[in-house]
Ligand binder design. Sequence first.
Ligand code: HOZ
Length: 423
Amino acid sequence: MGRNETLFERAQKIIPAGVNSPVRAFRSVGGAPRFIERGAGSYLWDSEGKRYIDYVGSWGPAIVGHAHPDVVRAVQESAAKGLSFGAPTELEIELAELLCACLPSLEMVRLTSSGTEATMSALRLARGFTGRDKLIKFEGCYHGHGDSLLVKAGSGMLTFGQPSSAGVPATIAGETLVLPYNDLDAVADTFKKAPDAIAAIIVEPIAGNMNMVQPKAGFLEGLRALCDRYETVLIFDEVMTGFRVHPQCAQGLFNIKPDLTTLGKVIGGGMPVAAVGGKREIMEKIAPLGPVYQAGTLSGNPLAVAAGLATLKIVGAPDFFARLTTQTEALVAGLQQAAKEAGVIFSAASVGGMFGLYFAPQVPASYQEVMACNVERFNRFFHAMLDQGVNLAPSAFEAGFVSAAHSDEDIAATITAARKAFQ
Ligand code: HOZ
């Protein structure tokens, strides 16, 4: 038994399924998760010393590569001055100012420690602002593990075929209306039936938790128009797409201004930072300015904020996104070619540094189409890639991520591995 297996056995005795977040348990692909010893640039090393080209990137945050020297230095310098104060710091203002400068829809922002906290807070704010209770979310979109949002959700919920969680009271789940992604007519019909009841629509502007599903032309614009008409708060959950698909996030890419935005992952550069931000009149409802309570001892933690600022500085450099996009497109094109040569039914797509791989003839545009992908074929591909030192997300229902540290050689080696894995 290798060290990964030994650690997994030990972990399972004391941690549910041996992991602190479900997808990484490898349940859908089978086998033991790799216990990571260290990371540098585009690579990870596991507990057995094996090296992997990494396309998970901590599920998105590692956009400049693992252990980037500038980010590590920023954290070390901040750590030397104290780990947490539970009091405001100047760094927090810097990060908030930077986020508002990058995203025209943000007039005010509050930092949290996780994407889940950000989406829960956004939802509470929308409810407090509108005085309404109902929420529209889309099937297969995942917005963290808050009660109202764990209804027909993506990510681990989809991976394990249990899209709504036990433990969520029916009265809470009943306030969440779940509609098909990319189906604007369904949204319009719902508003017609309940014109004064819906506090918010929350959407991943590019879905990244049911594999990657892009919005059809007009879908996001249509949501914006309906929210304007029915005075409903439009929340873009950009925890995954934020600073990952475009310098101004998905909202800049599609040129749409949501009322509230949630951010996470990249803005913390691998440390726990997330944010909720948006229109001043809504944000001013947050305590202690307003009646909507939201708080956190570690919110705006100085080490985490330092990591986020250092990361965003690198991401903000001219040409950062052009190169990241080119690398990701090269990966996707190479994988498509390798599949074609092997005669495997496969498609792939990318936006900025985010990509989707589908064992299906066409790139899916809905939850139903994603569910029709060949999961068994993905699982075989996943293990064949892992054996050859390529780390993909251990689920057919997760997006993949390329970092600025991925070299041409890394991409070429990945495509070579795929040629074999497609056999
Ligand atoms: N929810 C993440 C995937 N969309 C996985 C988080 C983790 O396992 O760290």
